[in-house]
Design a protein around this ligand. Structure first.
Ligand code: HEM
Ligand code: HEM
Ligand code: MTE
Ligand code: MO
Length: 343
């Protein structure tokens, strides 16, 4: 027996097309939010949340499409089911991050799991779309289709707003996230702030007595010892916002890079760690990049980058190079580097 489902709501190729659109939107906005530390990412994350909830709202329709597909017993159906499982994990960890509970699963934050699962979904999603192609048609832009898309986006927006309202009503930790979605952890108390590495850097123990900062610019190369560096008293209050999903404000103290390195004629500045980890900045940023030796009035701990670490206000945590041993001004443009560190 067939139920008389209104054509407006029937599952089919447009379900798949809608999924393709919101999936691409979720991945694109997620990656952008990960890279950027400026207040406008708030709106990127609203779009991200809408895309995420739209995927959830489409699930009942997709279930009907998938049931038909599974009945055809085509090879590779297991990969489609794996995609469903991985995306379920992506959504669950996104919601766990939103709520701020749990804080970690086996030492890994929900946000790290979220991004890891999203990366794992990429090859599966690419394969799925190539192996089960859907051709858009001109009529896919019909008035009815636009109305349906509007219902989907509106519904997802309501769901997102509902989730945010629930966080507030239950006074969950997630209620006061930063515009990046990060949760507060250890502000004005460096010892309580998490120690995080991007991928696999070990914490080196560097003896301040043996420490040398090597600076290279148009004037040549010179070494600065710890005592000389520690004598600077430039200060900035800045928020370290890790893509792992936490942030902390601290009062940092040290030397503006513009006082240590001459950038005239240079296009960019490479800040390098004893571990080999490095980021490249526009040369013009030098007056706003602090090479910090103290946080909260005390020398940095080994975990937080002793003897000296970069403070890059307005940039996500992965720019805040720890255990800095070299600063070099050169001709390479700042964007000539991978968008995210590779080690
Ligand atoms: C298929 C891909 C993805 C789906 C379905 C998805 C889904 C979600 C959902 C449902 C949420 C919670 C709602 C919200 O906070 O707005 C969320 C949050 C978040 N996701 Fe994703 N996500 C995906 C990929 C990514 C990727 C690739 C990244 C980063 C590289 C990312 C970063 C984030 C961030 C930073 C938040 C927190 C936003 C906030 O707290 O307001 N997501 N995601
Ligand atoms: C949320 C993401 C998605 C999940 C979890 C998912 C999952 C599935 C599953 C489990 C099946 C049945 C098994 C199979 O045929 O391999 C299926 C079938 C199919 N999917 Fe997806 N899919 C997703 C997104 C998409 C997208 C974006 C497209 C196209 C743009 C698409 C197109 C198709 C097609 C054409 C079929 C075959 C339907 C049939 O034979 O009647 N899917 N999908
Ligand atoms: N050398 C080096 N510096 C690094 C990293 C790293 O892995 N290696 N991780 C970065 C990341 S991702 C963040 S969030 C901050 C964390 O600083 P914290 O450990 O002092 O909290 O350091 C940054 N600096
Ligand atoms: Mo980070």
């Amino acid at each position: 027996m067939r139920f008389p489902i209104p054509a407006l709501l029937r599952a089919g190729r447009r379900t798949n097309l809608a999924l393709a659109a919101v999936l691409a939107l979720a991945l694109g906005t997620g990656a952008l939010a990960f890279a950027v530390g400026r207040p406008w990412v708030r709106w990127v994350l609203v779009a991200h949340g809408v895309a995420g909830f739209a995927i959830v709202l489409l699930a009942p329709w997709k279930r009907a499409v998938a049931a038909r597909g599974l009945a055809r017993r085509r090879p590779g159906a297991w990969a489609s089911l794996a995609l469903a499982a991985v995306l379920a994990l992506v959504v669950l960890t996104g919601l766990a991050h939103l709520a701020g509970v749990p804080r970690s699963v086996g030492g890994i934050s929900p946000m790290q799991l979220h991004v890891g699962a999203a990366l794992a979904s990429l090859p599966l999603a690419a394969w799925h779309v190539l192996a089960r192609p859907v051709r858009p048609r001109r009529t896919d832009l019909s008035r009815r289709a636009v109305l349906r898309a509007g219902l989907l986006v509106g519904g997802a927006g309501v769901a997102l707003a509902g989730a945010e309202g629930l966080l507030r009503a239950l006074a969950l930790r997630g209620a006061d996230r930063r515009f990046t979605g990060s949760h507060e952890a250890g502000s004005f108390d460096p010892a309580a702030m998490p120690v995080t590495q991007w991928l696999d850097d070990p914490v080196p123990g560097i003896d301040p007595g043996a420490y040398r900062l090597v600076v290279r610019d148009a004037d040549g190369e010179r070494a600065i010892g710890y005592e000389e560096l520690a004598a600077f008293e430039d200060r900035v209050r800045a928020v370290l916002d890790c893509t792992g999903g936490w942030y902390a404000a601290q009062d940092w103290e040290g030397a503006w890079l513009s006082r240590l390195v001459r950038t005239s004629g240079a296009r960019s500045l490479v800040v390098r760690s004893a571990t080999g980890y490095a980021r490249r900045f526009p040369a013009g940023d030098a007056p706003r990049l602090l090479l910090a030796v103290r946080a909260g009035g005390r020398p940095l701990s080994a975990g937080h980058g002793a003897p000296a670490r970069l403070v890059a206000p307005g940039r996500r945590g992965f720019w805040w190079v720890k255990w800095v041993t070299r600063v070099e001004a050169d001709e390479v443009p700042w964007w000539w580097q991978p968008p995210f560190p590779l080690t």
